[in-house]
Design a protein around this ligand. Structure first.
Ligand SMILES: NC(=O)c1ccc[n+]([C@@H]2O[C@H](COP(=O)([O-])OP(=O)(O)OC[C@H]3O[C@@H](n4cnc5c(N)ncnc54)[C@H](OP(=O)(O)O)[C@@H]3O)[C@@H](O)[C@H]2O)c1
Length: 263
């Protein structure tokens, strides 16, 4: 477990999807641990406001990069802008979902989702890992989801993108732990953010199943360097475990019913 995060990982943390929800909370909690923060998202005003607030509250430095990271040249632009910056902590957080019958969602939406949720984390990790390896320190978090633990009807493509992140993070944890790089997949259950509304569902975001971003990010930062993968919350941990023991068809059916009940 790292005590001095700047020394242990490097000066700067890069968070994608920093304008809201879980990404915004990562920015605050990493700044609270003394790291300088690079905030990436499309909504310029929001990330600038968050950056100013973080600087004021934590006395750390910030850089804002307002880009659609699914555009082809975006990652090169980010990399070039940061070529003299020590990015020691990468949070591959930006992600979108889409609820509904598979054939009723526009294909372009799936294409963008796969790009944002899967391709972007691969490219960012590929680019920034090299310098971490040279420095023999660094950390990378991949945002997976509890929906990676069983197929989720009506969130089918989204769930599949989260399996990608779960497996990628866990595999890279094993490859690079000997090099001093802490890599981890984070799998929250339902979290109170704008995610569901953007995905086309408007559930009542209350009750036992719902976590807040603060708790989720706390779990992640307490687990990095210790675990290869973490499911947030006792109930979701238990359900993820139960899924492994249940007949596959039953878990798929239950996941579909739960997803439908959110609509
Ligand atoms: N909320 C949940 O229940 C839940 C559960 C499990 C896992 N997760 C995962 O947690 C991660 C964060 O989600 P959240 O719940 O915090 O949702 P959120 O509040 O909707 O945040 C999504 C973030 O992604 C950014 N983003 C979306 N498209 C982008 C693009 N093309 N380019 C750059 N940034 C983009 C958004 O910023 P802009 O709109 O400003 O670009 C926003 O900051 C996602 O990977 C999601 O899959 C969420």
């Amino acid at each position: 477990m790292i005590h001095n995060w700047k020394e242990g990982y490097g000066e700067w943390a890069l968070v994608t999807g920093a304008s809201s929800g879980i990404g915004k909370e990562f920015c605050y909690q990493l700044a609270n641990r003394g790291m300088n923060i690079i905030l990436v998202a499309r909504r310029k005003t929001l990330i600038e406001e968050i950056a100013s607030d973080i600087e004021l509250k934590n006395g750390v430095k910030t850089i804002t990069i307002d880009l659609d990271i699914t555009e082809d040249s975006s990652i090169d632009k980010i990399y070039d802008k940061l070529k003299n910056i020590e990015v020691g902590f990468l949070v591959n957080n930006a992600g979108i979902g889409s609820f509904g019958d598979f054939h009723q969602t526009e294909l372009i939406k799936y294409q963008n989702m796969i790009k944002l949720n899967c391709m972007v984390p691969v490219i960012l990790t590929f680019k920034f890992l090299e310098k971490m390896l040279n420095r023999k320190k660094g950390a990378i978090i991949f945002l997976s989801s509890k929906s990676a633990y069983q197929p989720t009807p009506f969130f089918s493509v989204y769930g599949a993108t989260k399996v990608f992140n779960l497996f990628l993070g866990e595999a890279l944890w094993s490859e690079y732990k000997k090099n001093g790089i802490d890599i981890m997949s984070l799998s929250p259950g339902l979290v109170n953010t704008g995610f569901q509304k953007n995905a086309g569902v408007t559930p009542n975001q209350k009750g036992l199943m719902w976590a807040n971003p603060k708790e989720v990010v706390g779990t992640a930062l307490n687990s990095i360097g210790i675990k290869s993968s973490v499911v947030h919350g006792k109930l979701d941990k238990f359900l993820a475990f139960l899924t492994r023991l249940s007949p596959r068809k039953l878990s798929i059916k239950v996941a579909g019913m739960v997803a439908k009940s959110q609509a």
